[in-house]
Design a protein around this ligand. Structure first.
Ligand code: AHR
Length: 614
């Protein structure tokens, strides 16, 4: 295939690049990115998922009882655990998010206790067989008529051999009034990314940093919507001290703590230097309840309050609250998405007739600089509104949709807010992990998007994360368990990451006598470096595809770096604890006669060629 790339004349990109979409699913937050190690730390519950003692076990025959006291730790955390016994040393242990990774590092812990007790507590990390890995004594400050927080650290000097470990707290029941004490909000954190208190798990954030994430769409997804109106993601329930966060019934079969709340999402964006794309609830719940036109303003106001909290000066009511929570400087929000998949669950008619416009008009009036994204493209977008498109399909379907965005004008822009090849061609079964031919199919589609980068806001795989010990959806971008050394960025991760390394600021027209397929590509320029960039994927070829690539204005003797990613088999996948199946081969090419770079790409490969800057 001979391709000639013009030196000017393409599109000016508006594309942020490749980002992330995070919602509480698959224990992406709790038991994933949010670094808390204690599961069910505050006995949070709801009608859907009642409070329980899940993950807790008695030590030395203690009686553990879930109680709703007249005097709870807080209104948000009404349940606590009563621990009672006759032995001198009793207590309780927690098995974590299906294991605890114990390393030679400092763990920061705390718990709240209530009840008269003059002795001490022992906090420990132990193997599940009961061998102590590290322990610390904490003098009791517990009294009968108040909840008192106790803080401690644990610093093991060597790592445990595996993650089959527990966290325990014991005390001398003989010295406690009535042999019993109440406990709540029992927490243990390893060191976090950027050392943030209440922060994020390091290995997963590092994987996102290496990916080069350009934006974060949050907090959903279906999880934004909630099963019922009352279960929607409510921003002001997710901020402030942990004692004031009730948690909520996530959409995905478990109660979430909301420890990863609105402020933590923004800190995540700050730490990775990425663009937040904030989704606000649009008046549609998954049980198909639609808020009426006469009541929609209540929820529009909720969104405006949230924006004031994030972006308002400290002189505003909610800006002052943000300052109180440690962030006097306002954040910048450039993108707000109204809802999630409002074309589903009987939502489209009301979205088109009044729900979207209610949010669009109110937010645009107060924040004209914010770009509003509709959660569907199945409507006529008003003014400068944009749309969000989702696609879960087979690799073949992604390849067939290569030219989808050629059909659109650049009057409105489109977020590709959830993409994934989920099933093998012809097999109606979701795969556990992304697999190589699926990832190459996605790559072809992404190249079609990049060719239209004057219309595309950005693109992201979804879902982002999966704790393989408890999940609701497969496949996912990054999979993991409690063992931080076993985290598995998927084959798709390596495709997106390669494309994210070189952002085209202007596409350049590329002419070839051969049509697209099996080679698909985009060419462009990075005007900050003056490098010419060529991104390509080969899907369904019978052999290697020879390529002669010429950039107008690039002379014979110019060098270029060619990076090619492949995998051994079409079905090769990256599994937790396994080796990375994606291989990366980087070579330096020199332009021959006429400035042509000559190389070939094998079937099922993804490649980026970058000329050296002039
Ligand atoms: O990514 C999983 C789910 O797929 C999202 O929550 C929803 O938006 C989509 O249907």
């Amino acid at each position: 295939v001979e391709i000639t790339v013009a030196s000017s004349g393409g599109n000016v990109t508006v594309m942020l690049g490749y980002g992330a979409m995070e919602e509480e699913i698959n224990h992406a937050g709790d038991g994933g990115l949010y670094a808390e190690l204690i599961r069910n730390r505050a006995f949070q519950g709801s009608d859907l998922y009642p409070s329980s003692l899940d993950a807790w076990e008695a030590v030395n025959g203690a009686e553990l009882a879930l109680q709703s006291l007249a005097d709870p730790l807080s209104l948000a955390l009404p349940y606590s655990m009563n621990v009672k016994g006759n032995s001198s040393v009793i207590g309780f242990k927690n098995s974590g998010y299906w294991g605890i990774d114990v390393q030679a590092q400092t763990y920061t812990g705390s718990f709240w206790a209530r009840g008269s007790y003059n002795g001490s507590f022992t906090a420990a990390l132990e193997t599940s067989a009961g061998d102590t890995l590290i322990s610390v004594e904490i003098d009791s400050e517990s009294v009968s008529d108040a909840w008192v927080q106790h803080n401690f650290t644990l610093t093991p000097t060597s790592p445990a051999s595996d993650t089959d470990n527990v966290f325990s707290i014991t005390f001398n029941a003989a010295e406690a009034d009535g042999g019993a004490l109440d406990f709540n909000l029992i927490s243990l954190f390893p060191p976090t990314y950027s050392d943030r208190p209440n922060g994020m798990r390091k290995d997963l954030m590092e994987a996102l940093a290496v990916y080069g994430t350009k934006f974060l769409r949050f907090p959903g997804g279906n999880n934004l919507e909630g099963e019922t109106v009352g279960d929607r993601w409510i921003w002001n329930n997710t901020i402030g001290p942990l004692t004031s966060r009730p948690g909520r019934a996530s959409t995905w079969d478990y109660e979430e703590t909301d420890g990863l709340g609105l402020v933590e999402y923004m800190e995540w964006c700050d730490d990775l230097g990425i663009e937040p794309i904030l989704a606000v609830w649009s008046g549609l719940a998954l049980d198909e309840t639609v808020v009426s036109e006469s009541e929609i303003d209540i929820y529009v106001q909720e969104a405006l309050d949230e924006l004031e909290f994030l972006t308002g000066s400290v002189d505003t009511e909610y800006g002052a609250l943000r300052a109180q929570y440690g962030h006097p400087d306002p954040w910048t929000i450039r993108y707000v998405e109204v809802g999630n998949e409002d074309y589903l669950n009987g939502g489209l008619d009301s979205y088109i007739s009044y729900r979207f416009s209610a949010f669009y008009d109110a937010i645009t009036e107060k924040y004209p600089e914010i770009s509003i994204i509709a959660s569907t493209i199945e409507m006529t977008l008003p003014g400068n509104a944009n749309g969000d498109y989702h696609m879960y399909d087979t690799p073949d379907a992604f390849v067939e949709a290569f030219n989808q965005w050629d059909q659109y004008s650049n009057e409105h822009h489109y977020l590709l807010g959830e993409l994934a090849a989920t099933e093998y061609n012809g097999a109606d079964v979701s795969q556990m992990y992304p697999w190589w031919s699926g990832s190459v199919g996605e790559a072809v589609y992404l190249l079609g998007a990049e060719r239209n980068a004057d219309k595309i806001i950005g693109a992201t795989y979804a879902p982002l994360m999966c704790n393989i010990d408890s999940y609701q959806w497969t496949p996912n971008f990054i999979a993991y368990d409690a063992d931080t050394a076993a985290t598995a960025p998927s084959t798709s991760y390596y495709v997106y990451q390669l494309f994210n390394q070189h952002i085209i600021t202007n596409t350049l027209p590329a002419n070839s006598s051969t049509g697209f397929g099996p080679l698909y590509y985009v060419a462009g320029l990075d005007n900050s470096t003056d490098e010419r960039i060529f991104k390509a994927a080969v899907y369904n070829s019978t052999g290697d595809v020879p390529i002669g690539l010429t950039f107008e204005g690039v002379d014979e003797g110019t060098t270029a770096q060619l990076t090619v990613r492949t995998a051994p088999e079409a079905t090769s996948a990256n599994e937790v604890g396994g080796a990375n199946v994606v291989s990366t081969n980087t070579t330096t090419l020199t332009a021959g006669s006429g400035g042509m770079f000559s190389f070939s790409l094998p079937n099922l490969s993804v490649a980026v060629l970058v000329t050296s800057s002039s």
